[in-house]
Design a protein around this ligand. Structure first.
Ligand code: GLA
Length: 422
């Protein structure tokens, strides 16, 4: 297959100009869901020597807009991606929780009744933590033993919520194995509790909501005040559009500390404005509100959160009055504005994120922004479908010029939230 990068290199050779060979780019697709689920089942049989009761899975996510607002009761618009985490699992007549993973040699084998925060480390904490968080739904008499084989297909460290996919696939499996009959929102809550209270990582709930509640072909309008949601049509493929994900491969450093610091800044802003959360501030009075905050840094943090919530409202209004195609220019401008605000006011971008966004815009993307928590991770670019490859090539070239490690590219297809596969 001839890629745009090949064609560009051939043109340059014919014109006699010597240019650095543009890097070849591949837009990776997620493994086929049915095949991946069958593979997880086979891995379970290999590890435990008998067939599982079922296979459950949950997807990673990208956030289209509404970044760093979930912990201020804000509005977000994420979508599930096609990369998923699979959990093949069986109930056992014991109280042992036995965990294995296709990605790691570590084996966890402990008494499920003795689970407590701090008792488990690494990725198993995100599974054991869900069982611990679901305890209020478990009747006292029943045993809690189970065997679980995890096969995580969401790229790790890419800011695409591989941990939420892990927690939410575990929540589906545990709910079914122990016949808990929980509501989807209760599983979202258990996954959040597992991450914050058991694994000790901070999260605002965006990722877990997207992983459990998303619908195929749709984005998810999420109101973090009460975690209410509704699907919003986001079928780009049928409109000749695509959402290009660039995993910058930038090392995440100081993420936890910086994330906590941003949350603290936004809490301080709410306090100074005399509101419980920044969602309660009246954005129509933006200038007056900001003028009331003396601390220059806190003022910029507040400006990001307040304007970002407004941008989500603007995107939602556009999508209520027409298709993505009909509003593609305005939507692209809102994505751009979101990135600029995260870069300048919230200061959560790194050079790789800014370069990827700038290169995508220069190569003709309608809009581009970082997605997720920042400090590394991924960007998204709203592009014409036939431009996905050339835009990716332009980002790859810009990374070569800057001496960054090669990025990885995926297409974000709006996928179905967590559920049972087999
Ligand atoms: C991380 C957190 C989310 C959210 C985003 C930023 O992904 O886990 O809860 O705060 O950062 O929007």
């Amino acid at each position: 297959m001839t890629t745009a990068a090949d064609a560009g290199a051939a043109d340059a050779r014919h014109s006699g100009i010597t240019v650095a060979e543009p890097p070849a780019v591949t837009l990776s697709a997620a493994p086929d869901r049915g095949e991946a689920a069958a593979h997880a089942e086979a891995l379970f049989v290999e590890a435990f020597g008998y067939a599982p009761d079922g296979v459950w899975s949950a997807p990673g996510r990208v956030n289209i807009i509404g970044e760093h607002v979930d912990y201020q009761d804000g509005l977000c618009l994420p979508m599930a991606i096609s990369h998923r985490c699979f959990a093949a699992a069986a109930r056992t007549p014991t109280d042992r929780l036995r965990l294995r993973s296709a990605q790691d040699d570590l084996i966890l084998d402990l008494d499920a009744r003795e689970l407590e925060p701090g008792a488990v480390e690494g990725w198993p904490a995100y599974v054991a933590g869900v069982l611990w968080a679901l305890r209020p739904h478990i009747s006292g008499a029943s045993t809690q033993g189970m065997d679980i084989m995890i096969d995580g297909q969401v790229p790790l460290g890419a800011g695409l919520s591989s941990s939420a996919a892990l927690e939410c696939s575990a929540a589906e499996a545990i709910d079914a194995l122990l016949s808990l009959g929980t509501e989807p929102l209760q599983r979202v809550q258990a996954a959040i509790t597992a991450e914050t209270d058991f694994a000790g990582a901070s999260t605002g709930g965006l990722d877990q909501s997207a992983s459990v509640l998303s619908r195929a072909g749709h984005a998810l309008f999420l109101d973090c005040r009460d975690f209410s949601t509704r699907p919003v049509p986001w079928d780009l493929a049928s409109q000749g559009l695509a959402l290009l994900i660039t995993d910058t491969r930038a090392e995440h450093s100081h993420v936890d500390g910086e994330y906590t610091a941003r949350r603290a800044d936004s809490e301080r802003a709410a306090e100074l404005l005399g509101v419980d959360t920044l969602r309660d501030a009246d954005v129509a009075q933006l200038q007056e509100l900001l003028a009331g905050i003396d601390d220059e840094v806190v003022r910029r943090r507040a400006r990001h959160v307040l304007t970002e919530i407004q941008r989500v409202k603007d995107v939602d209004a556009l999508l209520a009055s027409g298709t993505v195609r009909e509003h593609v220019t305005e939507l692209g401008a809102l994505l751009d504005a979101s990135h600029d605000s995260l870069r300048d006011d919230y200061e959560v971008t790194v050079a790789q994120l800014d370069v990827a966004v700038d290169a995508a815009r220069a190569a003709g993307a309608h809009g581009a922004r970082m997605t997720g928590g920042g400090f590394g991770g991924s960007t998204i670019a709203l592009v014409e479908a036939e431009q996905a490859q050339p835009v990716a090539a332009a980002i790859a070239s810009a990374f070569v010029e800057h001496g960054f490690s090669a990025p990885e590219f995926f297409l974000a297809l709006p996928s179905e939230g967590a559920g049972q596969d087999r």
